[in-house]
Design a protein around this ligand. Sequence first.
Ligand SMILES: C[S@@+](CC[C@H](N)C(=O)[O-])C[C@H]1O[C@@H](n2cnc3c(N)ncnc32)[C@H](O)[C@@H]1O
Length: 213
Amino acid sequence: MKVLSLQETHDVILDIFTGPSVEALNRRVVMLYNLAKNVEKGVIVELGTHHGYGAIALAFGTRAGHNRPVYTVDDYVGRKDWIRTKYPPSDYNTFQNNIAATGTTEIIHIKKSAFDAGAEWCTDAYLNKHNVGPAHFVYKVGLLYIDTGNAETTKYDFWAWAPHIMKGGIVAMRDTNARNVGTDIVAKQAVKTGQFGELDSPDAWFVILEKIV
Ligand SMILES: C[S@@+](CC[C@H](N)C(=O)[O-])C[C@H]1O[C@@H](n2cnc3c(N)ncnc32)[C@H](O)[C@@H]1O
């Protein structure tokens, strides 16, 4: 995989982008590239892949930094987002085409619900299936990016993944301004437990937490 600057990553993603808001894409690419670039240890996990724009930004960010593995989770079962737009299962094919077109096929996709993927992450069954021994497997999460836009599952997804995040690990959540999505509620709850501290709110759409215990 090539090493690309932030601007080059932006241009590569813009070439494959088919969504409505380039401005929203820009914000996401800048934030994810920079967050991923700073991850020194552990793996990077995204919940909610869709067409792969976020995963690709994460992959180029870490490639320019410490080259951590990038996992992205989406079950592609035809869910609806928080404004009731349907994500068709064919999004999976678009994702595959996009990682081929951008040279980011190293991204590891997990085709499961975000909750199931968290619950199974690095259990013995998981390690056997992937034929990787715990000694060789960097299983702690250094950066978790939550972008499922799913009001029903966000709080369960977060707590399924929380134990896998390393101390000092980062959680970025999108759509915190859309009250019905639940990321805002989960972020506040996470801080209240004392396990996470709020690091930043880069804009009204995102919150960034750090695991402190
Ligand atoms: C907003 S899109 C993701 C956008 C992507 N992260 C990006 O930066 O371009 C949300 C995606 O989350 C997926 N999704 C929603 N709820 C999910 C769940 N509980 N488990 C797995 N995937 C889910 C949907 O299928 C959809 O593709």
